[in-house]
Design a protein around this ligand. Structure first.
Ligand code: MBD
Ligand code: FE
Length: 288
């Protein structure tokens, strides 16, 4: 599962994202008892939306064949996780979390890897990074509490983000296996203090099928700089979120539509070239 691609190409990163998705869990297990009526309804509605588009836009055979070739290429490049997480996941996340009273979440994206090394002692720790890791050093403090205000002292904060060149470890070959990926078990009072670097804006791979769509449609490939986080505690709903930085030109036109105003950090320069930021999480209890 932790095969690290030998090239920094879309196909290499995509193949790896596909392999990770396939190996994490059986994606069909949770839906094995879904009644045929549900499958029938969803499949019909998606197909009807396609049929409507073809009729209304008078789609030609040339366009139909180009679509077929492109869909085949998405699979060859391993880019189905990328395609779905960039253009579809944000609506799934919206529906899945609309009942929540605690912190807002957002999409997971294709580059999460479970079981990153534990980095914290009594809530304080540094993410694995190279000696010369580029980027502004960031000290991030916060607290994990429940919606009723109880501090959650057995919470875990998992963090992963791109390096200063916009690459994720385990999806391109130049970084050590767990670079910029860490698990931080919180300390007393649910508090944590995470030392990391501020990631750079991120361009999704442009040399594969998703890049081909972006170029053909005249879109851009950028996501704003972001830190991915999963916050968990027994008995509480898992919070998957990303945090953004103020002033990033792509906060308003994220290719993955995953920015929410509540998720933009307010970092303060510390004077010594580093920055500090305070941002905590509120988890919803699991519903019965
Ligand atoms: C990313 O880093 C990401 O977070 C998403 C959602 C999609 C592609 C790359
Ligand atoms: Fe990301």
């Amino acid at each position: 599962m932790t095969t690290i691609p030998t090239e920094a190409t879309a196909a290499a990163a995509g193949a790896n994202a596909t392999a990770h998705f396939a190996s994490d869990k059986d994606p069909y297990a949770a839906v094995k008892d879904v009644p045929p009526a549900r499958v029938d309804k969803l499949a019909r509605r998606v197909l009807a939306a396609v049929h409507d588009t073809i009729r209304e836009e008078k789609v030609t055979y040339d366009e139909y064949n180009a679509l077929k070739a492109w869909l085949i290429q998405v699979g060859k490049d391993g880019e189905w996780p990328l395609f779905l997480d960039v253009w579809v996941e944000h609506v799934v996340e919206e529906v899945a979390t609309e009942h929540r009273e605690g912190s807002k979440g957002t999409i997971e994206g294709p580059y999460y890897v479970p079981n990153a090394p534990e980095c914290a002692e009594n809530g304080v720790g540094t993410i694995p990074m190279r000696e010369d890791e580029a980027g502004t050093k960031l000290t991030w403090t916060g607290t994990v509490t429940a919606t009723d205000g109880t501090p959650l002292e057995n919470a875990k904060v998992e963090v992963w983000h791109a390096d200063n060149d916009g690459y994720y470890s385990q999806f391109e070959p130049s970084q050590p296996q767990w670079n910029l990926r860490g698990t931080f078990s919180v300390g007393e009072g649910g508090r944590f203090e995470i030392h990391t670097i501020q990631p750079a804006p991120y361009q999704i791979p442009t040399d594969g099928a998703c890049g081909k769509l972006i170029a053909a449609a005249g879109w851009h490939a950028w996501r704003p700089a972001h830190i991915h986080v999963k916050v968990s505690a027994p008995g509480y709903e898992l919070l998957t979120v990303q945090l953004y930085f103020p002033g990033d030109e792509h906060n308003d036109d994220d290719i993955a539509s995953a920015v929410k105003p509540e998720l933009i950090l307010d970092p303060k320069p510390a004077g010594d070239g580093t920055a500090t930021v305070d941002y905590g999480f509120v988890l919803d209890p699991v519903r019965n």
